[in-house]
Ligand binder design. Structure first.
Ligand code: SAH
Ligand code: AVI
Length: 331
């Protein structure tokens, strides 16, 4: 077991909202999502409590889920060249999770004597605290800090850019609705100064069978990850969903070029969400959308860059063209 150095509360990790404000925001989002018709939905950021993040980690080790290892292979081969191109002294990462891939860049910056500071912005504050502590222990020459927040609304908490390389890995950009991508990129550009870099991991449009398998793994881990969102609602909002009332449903929508994950009621469901003053009633077969995972081509991704203040400088793919690392720059 990796020993996690102790970090005092509030030491290097800052919350963007007080706990009661975060809970009020969650209540409002969950209420709006569950009341949506014809298809109720839940924001996918609520997959990630301790159990959800551990399940995601397990997903990245599944044979069917190619994303994590494909991106790691790209970064292992290209992190040095990316660092040479951007010449950063600060590394920032959105949705940093277990905080492993960032090490390719930390090593590249350290070997050049450029590493001064690291900032992680992550919604799961437990993972964040652990990542900050580990990185601080392994890179004592850098100032490592964490921001517990939402990368959609809390980008200003990164503070002013300048000498910054911002990372957004794993294809998490695909979990934004395509209509939200350009506004998100515009907000990210505001956290950068001219010359700064933004490296975005993009999962690519590909053979439908391969995509279907990646979101319907034979071990059922993705199904557990999907149902975990209901456990999070039970824990945080006092809801009384029985996750076993729902089956995992994930399919590729070829027209929209996205994977959609849903939870389908196996039987009639009546669940209370007391914190939101809601009772959810579903008939057998009714569905709740829990995640979009959009797939892009170089063209469809580049088309979203117009007017954002960012330009596509490099598009690096693996030999099978499963995944791309897009290096965006603020010119
Ligand atoms: N970067 C890691 C983890 C990717 S999984 C990797 O490459 O493996 C996506 C991560 O983003 C999770 O750790 C999740 O907790 C975080 N996340 C999801 N939605 C978020 C949001 N809206 N704001 C901040 N973090 C978010
Ligand atoms: C974090 N994100 C990029 C993952 C994805 O593939 O969209 C989350 C995930 N959903 C199902 N499996 C993994």
């Amino acid at each position: 077991m990796h020993q996690v150095p102790e970090v005092r509360r509030g030491d290097r990790v800052r919350r963007t909202r007080r706990a009661d404000e975060a809970l009020a925001a969650m209540v409002a989002e969950v209420r709006a999502g569950l009341e949506r018709r014809p298809l109720p939905e839940l924001p996918c950021k609520y997959f990630y409590d301790a159990r959800g993040s551990a399940l995601f980690d397990e997903i990245t080790r599944l044979p069917e889920y190619y994303q994590g290892r494909t991106e790691s292979a790209i970064l292992g081969a290209h992190a040095d060249a990316i660092v040479e191109a951007v010449r950063p002294f600060e590394l920032a990462e959105l949705g940093s999770g277990a905080g492993r891939k960032i090490r390719f860049f930390l090593d590249a910056m350290r070997s050049r004597g450029w590493l001064e500071s690291v900032v992680l912005l992550e919604i799961n504050d437990v993972y964040l605290r652990e990542s900050v502590a580990r990185l601080q222990a392994d890179f004592p020459e850098a100032r490592v800090r964490g921001i517990a927040g939402d990368f959609v609304s809390d980008l200003p908490a990164l503070g002013p850019g300048g000498g910054r390389l911002l990372l957004f890995l794993a294809g998490t950009v695909g979990n934004l609705h395509p209509d939200d991508l350009s506004p998100f990129l515009r907000a990210a550009a505001s956290a950068l100064e001219p010359g700064d870099g933004f490296l975005v991991g993009v999962d690519l449009v590909k053979d439908e069978g391969r995509l279907h398998a990646a979101y319907n793994d034979s071990a059922g881990v993705t199904a557990e990850f999907n149902r975990n969102i209901l456990r999070v609602l039970n824990d945080r909002l006092g809801a009384d969903f029985d996750p076993s009332d729902f089956e995992h449903h994930a399919f590729y929508d070829a027209e929209r070029q996205w994977i959609e994950m849903r939870l389908r009621a196996r039987r009639p469901v009546r669940a209370r969400v007391p914190a939101a003053g809601l009772t959810v009633t579903l008939r057998a077969g009714d569905e709740i959308r829990t995640e979009l995972s959009c797939k892009y081509t170089r063209e469809s991704f580049a088309a979203r860059l117009g007017g954002t203040g960012l330009v596509l400088e490099r598009w690096i793919t693996d030999p099978e063209r499963l995944f791309a690392s897009a290096l965006l720059r603020r010119p």
